[in-house]
Design a protein around this ligand. Structure first.
Ligand code: ZN
Length: 432
């Protein structure tokens, strides 16, 4: 069942570094070859490859056995809104407590983080020879909690609360005797000396495992569904794609939640750099990439807001979507969603062929809404782009809810997409 597979995948993805580790393990198991950006590439027709950057972004692709015209791409993101540990990660309070010292990463819903078992995972730079090397760490036990203030001390807590991340959200991790022990625990987990830890990128994560719920088991609930459900289902589509006249490319990119402007984000050279080298390997003439891009297409896959049962007034009544109703095509006049009539028509046709239902989403005209990867990646790799996603509730909570059947729909649709014989130029297309 896709829901169980998805939950297993998400449970290992406790930080963006662990997302890419899980993805590359899957790619390795399916015969993909790792490439380094630092080395020359020799690509063999019929073989499959992947490239990572920063250990938090990956681009995987399959070389067709014969001639190909362009790229059929997908983009999703590896990061989620979360608390990040500061470089000095401990604060002593009142001579009685040691708290973790954290700051927000991305547009978080803060309230769901209270009173939950939390732990720490990410990347640590460990001294090695004359330099240092990265090591992934996951403290695999319940380690800390962000305690609520009791109702007795805050009688208006249920009347609409606001939280200060510096004062209200610092997790408790021990008594005064715990001072200095977090760093020691990380070193012990990595089997290194604490003084050999030079720096770190560490994040909190919710320890509660995901679950399938609902009277008919129709919902999947888990941390980081935005956007790991799209990362996983687009990857499954790539892994299932067979004979091709187009070159399928699955991108899972970091830092979407903070604007994508990093060296590994959608607003970097990463995708363009990879595509240029793939195009040059096959057609060494100067305009090879431009010709390939003119025949290419991008599916930007990031979750959408399902209509909320208790707050329907927050949605456009005619462009709202519901969980288990199919893949959502997202539209916005300001082009924060890159969908236009052409790209929507392509994706609807893919879904029709795959027997998968589609829905639409547009924000209320008085609501600015969110943004995603599509219009950012299109600034670097300018191809027709559709923004799609799976409908979900509680976006940017640490515990989100989506539809089980929609994950199945996405795998089917992305498999059909990556296998399709797309012939299009931005004004007309055919899918064979
Ligand atoms: Zn997202």
């Amino acid at each position: 069942m896709i829901a169980e597979e998805l939950l297993r995948f998400i449970s290992g993805c406790v930080s963006p570094f662990h997302v890419i580790q899980s993805v590359t393990e899957l790619l390795n198991a399916h015969g993909f070859h790792p490439l380094s950006e630092a080395d020359p590439w020799t690509l063999t027709p019929g073989e499959s490859y992947y490239v990572t950057r920063n250990g938090t972004s990956v681009i995987a692709f399959r070389m067709p056995a014969g001639p190909w015209r362009g790229f059929l791409m997908s983009a999703s993101h590896s990061d989620s809104p979360v608390f990040r540990l500061k470089e000095n990660p401990e604060t002593e309070k009142l001579g009685a407590y040691v708290c973790a010292n954290v700051e927000k990463y991305g547009g978080m819903l803060l309230a769901p983080w209270f009173d939950r078992p939390l732990s720490v995972a990410g990347r640590v730079m460990v001294r090695s020879g004359s330099g240092a090397k990265a090591a992934l760490v996951n403290i695999d036990r319940d380690l800390m909690v962000i305690p609520s203030l009791a109702i007795h001390a805050n009688r208006t807590a249920n009347d609409g609360a606001s939280y200060n991340p510096q004062t209200d959200m610092q997790p408790l991790m021990g008594s005064e005797l715990a001072k200095g022990k977090l760093r020691a625990l990380i070193a012990e987990t990595l089997k290194v000396r604490p003084e050999d830890i030079l720096s770190s990128d560490l994040y909190l994560y919710l320890r509660q495992p995901g679950s399938v719920l609902g009277l008919d088991g129709e919902y999947v609930c888990a941390p980081r569904l935005d956007d790991l459900v799209c990362a996983y289902t687009t990857l499954r589509g790539l892994l299932a794609s067979g004979n091709r006249t187009m070159l399928p490319v699955c991108c899972i990119l970091d830092n979407e939640e903070v604007g994508s402007t990093t060296r590994q984000g959608a607003d970097s050279s990463f995708l363009h750099d990879v595509l240029a080298r793939v195009a040059a390997d096959v057609h060494p003439d100067a305009d090879a990439l431009s010709r390939a891009l003119s025949a290419s297409f991008m599916v930007s896959a990031d979750n959408a807001h399902a209509i909320h049962p208790n707050h329907p007034e927050k949605y456009d009544p005619d462009n709202a979507c519901r969980m288990n109703g199919g893949i959502v095509i997202k539209f916005a006049a300001n082009q924060k969603y890159a969908t236009d009539a052409y790209s929507a028509a392509v994706f609807r046709t893919v879904c029709e062929r795959a027997g998968v239902p589609c829905q639409t989403f547009a924000n209320r005209a008085d609501t600015p809404g969110g943004s995603t990867l599509g219009n950012i990646s299109a600034g670097h790799v300018s191809v027709p782009t559709v923004d799609v996603g799976l409908p979900q509730l509680a976006m940017h909570s640490c515990w989100e809810t989506a539809g089980v059947r929609d994950a199945e729909h996405m795998v089917k649709a992305m498999t059909a997409y990556f296998c399709s014989d797309y012939r299009g130029d931005g004004s007309s297309f055919a899918l064979n």
